[in-house]
Each structure stands twice: as C-alpha cells, then as structure tokens.
Design a protein around this ligand. Structure first.
Ligand SMILES: Cc1cc2nc3c(=O)[nH]c(=O)nc-3n(C[C@H](O)[C@H](O)[C@H](O)COP(=O)(O)OP(=O)(O)OC[C@H]3O[C@@H](n4cnc5c(N)ncnc54)[C@H](O)[C@@H]3O)c2cc1C
Length: 281
C-alpha cells in the first residue's frame, strides 16, 4: 500500500519518461512517480490538475492530459508561458520534477454518458480535453458521437497532431482551422467559431466542452447559444493563478468560488452566477 502523505504541500518526485514535442511552444511530458507502488496506485479523473514544482521556479497548476483509462503514466501538456514552464521545456528524459495532486473537480463523466459530445478548443485548450476524448474512445459504447473543433494560430502551431490523426482513424469528426494560412495549407482559415457554422448537432442530446483563450471562449459561447445550447449544456475549465491548489489560500477566489477546489471544471450556468472577466464584453 502507498504510504499516506501527511503534508499536503509536499510534492512527490516524478521522472520524465518521454517528451512528445507537440509544436514549438507545447510539449507533452509523460511522467511516472519514482515510487513505483504509488505510481501504480495513482488515479485521477479527466479535468483534474497537478501542482508541478521545479527547482527555483515554485509551482504551477497543469491539467492532466492523459486518460484514467490508461493508468501508469501521467501526461502533462505544457505551453511555454513563464519561468516554470520554460524550465519544464528544458527537461530531458530521465530528469525529475515534483508533483502533487490530483486536484480539482473533474468533468462529470457519468452525466456525459450516452450524450453526443462536441469539443471546442484553441491552442493549449485541447490539453484538458485530451484525457476526456481518449477516455471516451476507450469506452466507446458509453458515449454518442464525438466531434472535435480545434483552432490554432497557424498550421505550424497545430498541436496534438498525432492525437488528432488517431482520433480521426477512430471515427472522431475532427475539424481544424487556423487564424492565418501558410504555404501548403488547404484547410479552413478563420476562427474556431466558423467551424460551428457547418455543424448540425442534435442539440437536445449534446453537451459541449469548450477550452481556450478568453476571446475564443466568449465568441464560441455566443455561437453555441444561437444554436440552441443552454448554459447547462456547456462545460469549461477556468484558469486562475493558484497557490495551494486545494481551496485553502483563496488565491484563485472567483466571487465566492475557488477555481482550484470548486473547479476548475464549471458549467456555463455556474459561471453566470460569478462575476468573471471571461464572460464580460
Ligand atoms: C487548473 C489549471 C490548469 C492548467 N493547465 C495547464 C496546462 O495543461 N498546460 C499549460 O501549459 N498551462 C496550464 N495552466 C496554466 C499555467 O498554470 C500557467 O500558465 C502558469 O502561470 C505557468 O507558470 P510559469 O511560471 O511558466 O509562468 P508565469 O510566470 O506564471 O507567467 C505566465 C503568464 O501569466 C502572467 N502572470 C504571472 N503572474 C501573474 C499574476 N499574478 N496575475 C496575472 N498574470 C500573471 C505572466 O505575465 C505570463 O504571461 C493551467 C492553469 C490552471 C489554473
């Protein structure tokens, strides 16, 4: 049995087993806890996150991008943003980092069963959804149709290309768009909302999971509403600067709710109760 950790702020050592370069700014780190017993016993749910620590950089929350249906390794897909994530991008296979978690309220997978699922993501926003999508594919008969709409700045910025290829092969309707084309790109050009124009979802039996930058998020919400989606049918994850990750320090406070413990997954109906910048404008 793994030893219980008594200090909730104490990270456990995890080793980098593999690094998947997704694009020039995003890599997926495949990690395993150095304590094999703990590693084998570790379980999470899609939408949860880990607090990652790097020497001299502090900690940052990162979504688990792997699916609980494939235990044994934790995938963290990381976009270079500041000090800690830049240090992660300097890691090599065999290096170690600190991890604590999993934390946060996950996606309500049981409520999603039998539903058609529409995933809408931009950039690194596909990271928290990757675990949901792979989980649905591993339990294919429990979910309806799977559609992924993914927007990137340019064709070279398209991350998770190997996942997108595998998902297509497994029958997921994957549609890509870029803000600006490059030579050789013959796909869609435009915001991810433009991909919604060609869709005819069975709204009554669908749920959408939307993750991406605030501008994209707002535009997608407007379009989904005009398609007939209610606020209860839209789920997302909220990004806030966090310290403790477990609802104690209140650093990620959002009008009475803690992004780390009450979220990061929220329905749009829940977010409407809060005064948050993502819904302004
Ligand atoms: C639940 C959750 C899940 C996440 N999942 C992922 C993920 O899967 N992959 C991923 O790449 N990222 C993820 N993030 C975002 C990631 O935690 C942040 O980008 C984190 O700040 C990176 O740390 P850093 O030290 O590299 O950058 P930082 O030094 O923290 O800087 C990152 C950016 O934030 C700005 N910033 C820094 N401090 C503040 C502040 N106090 N207020 C406002 N802006 C500030 C900086 O100017 C910079 O633009 C997630 C965040 C949350 C809350």
């Amino acid at each position: 049995m793994p030893q219980p950790i008594t200090d909730i702020y104490l990270p456990r050592q995890a080793k980098v087993e593999q690094i998947i370069v997704e694009n020039s700014q995003i890599s997926t780190f495949v990690l395993a806890f150095s304590d094999h017993t703990y590693n084998n016993a570790f379980r999470h749910q899609p939408g949860q996150f880990m607090m990652v620590s790097m020497p001299h950089c502090g900690e940052a929350p990162i979504s688990i991008s792997s699916t609980p249906t494939r235990p044994g390794a934790i995938h963290l897909s990381v976009r270079r943003a500041g000090k800690l994530t830049a240090a992660m991008h300097g890691l090599r296979t065999g290096d170690t980092i600190g991890l604590r978690g999993p934390y946060g309220r996950p996606f309500p997978m049981e409520q999603l069963q039998k539903k058609d699922l529409l995933f809408v993501a931009g950039g690194i926003g596909l990271a928290p959804l990757r675990g949901v999508i792979n989980g649905c594919l591993d339990q294919r008969d429990q979910f309806g149709t799977l559609t992924v709409l993914y927007g990137s700045r340019t064709p070279s910025d398209i991350a998770f290309q190997s996942d997108l290829g595998l998902w297509k092969k497994q029958g997921v309707d994957c549609r890509l768009t870029v803000d600006a084309a490059e030579p050789g790109w013959d796909g869609a050009v435009g915001l991810v909302t433009s991909l919604l124009d060609d869709l005819k979802p069975n709204v009554n039996q669908s749920t959408t999971l939307v993750c991406g930058p605030p501008l994209m998020f707002r535009a997608v919400l407007g379009r989904l509403a005009s398609m007939g989606f209610s606020d209860h049918q839209v789920l997302t994850t909220m990004e806030r600067h966090m310290k403790c990750g477990v609802g104690i320090c209140r650093h990620c406070h959002m009008d009475g709710k803690m992004a780390c413990a009450d979220g990061p997954v929220f329905s749009l109906a829940e977010l409407r109760q809060l005064k948050i910048m993502e819904l302004d404008g």
